[in-house]
Design a binder for this molecule. Structure first.
Ligand code: NCD
Length: 316
């Protein structure tokens, strides 16, 4: 069998990525999680490498977890945000990319409001490009950490009923989850109002529901998405109260799922809108663990793309 290697490869999305590539990242992340939980978190496989976090949209967990991930691996990591850069002086995105890549940068981790911005970057500059979210397109490391979090409790994704609820239309997380989870053999369902969840999405190999009760029936996993208020400029549902009443995930809805259902949310949450507070902090919730797993996944991605190999040199 041909060895899977991600060395020198960009990570723009999970569309078209093979099961073997995803499994490699998840396997290495498991080793990275042990490192994170240990006393000494430094494993300097990326010593002498430099990574630039270029975040053109707000972020708390994705940016800080990429930063910590790079630092735990011994790389030098720098953060650039538009308000603190020469972009406020009118420098273009292309020139900003060129400038940061001239500094001997090995990888650029990028978040941008425009779909396709990371792909554009791969054509404009040399470093490895890791997509940390581009518009409503993809957010591959989030989907990887979602799958990783599920696999901490389940032996495999094969055949699991995973329901993704909410603002699918604006969600790069949903798109990456759909690509990754269907590749791994999960039975993926989407639920939400017609204005946010189109029937055409079934072309992606998923089942679409507009009735939340029907959707969560017997679910193994419910992934609740944030209503992306910043991307919604028209009334796509009547009011927040109506949304919470019809599609909000509360205890009553959870009763319809499997007894050991897992609840995921990528964060940040609109508590009381898409998810009830008592569900967000329940035993079924994996939300805090997802944040921790985000660091492990990002360590795995940086290690595999910049350093390469299959992780066999890492301790079990
Ligand atoms: C997500 C994002 O930015 O796409 N958040 C995240 O990375 N944890 C989801 C969101 O903003 O709702």
């Amino acid at each position: 069998m041909e060895e899977v290697s991600l060395k020198g490869k960009h990570l723009l999305g999970l569309q078209g990525r093979s099961k073997e590539e995803i499994e490699l990242i998840l396997r290495v992340a498991k080793k990275m999680k042990r490192v994170i939980l240990s006393d000494d978190k430094k494993i300097p496989y990326l010593k002498g490498k430099s990574i630039i976090n270029l975040f053109m949209e707000p972020s708390t967990r994705t940016r800080s977890s990429f930063e910590l991930a790079g630092k735990y691996l011994g790389a030098d990591v720098i953060n650039i945000t538009p308000s603190g850069s020469s972009m406020v002086k009118g420098e273009s995105f292309r020139d900003t990319l060129l400038t940061v890549s001239y500094m001997g940068t090995d990888a650029i981790v990028m978040r941008h409001k425009a779909e396709g911005a990371p792909l554009y970057a791969t054509k404009a500059v040399e470093p490895i490009i890791i997509n940390a979210g581009d518009g409503a397109h993809e957010h591959p490391t989030q989907a990887l950490l979602d799958m990783y979090s599920i696999l901490e409790k389940k032996p495999s994704l094969e055949g699991l009923k995973i329901v993704i609820v909410g603002d699918i239309m604006h969600s790069r997380v949903a798109r990456s989850d759909i690509y990754g989870m269907t590749t791994m053999g999960a039975d993926v369902h989407l639920a939400g109002p017609r204005t946010l969840v189109y029937p055409e999405l079934e072309k992606m190999g998923v089942t679409v529901h507009h009735d939340i009760r029907e959707a969560v029936q017997g679910a193994d996993v419910i992934n609740v998405l944030r209503i992306q208020l910043e991307r919604i400029d028209e009334a796509l549902y009547p009011t927040n109260r109506e949304y919470a009443r019809i599609f909000g995930i509360n205890r009553e809805i959870l009763q319809l799922a499997k007894k050991d259902v897992m609840v995921l949310h990528p964060g940040p949450m609109n508590r009381g809108l898409e998810i009830a507070p008592d569900v967000a902090y329940s035993d079924e919730s994996m939300i805090q663990e997802q944040v921790r797993n985000g660091v492990a996944i990002r360590m795995a991605v940086l290690y595999l793309t910049i350093h390469g190999g299959d992780g066999s040199e890492l301790a079990d």
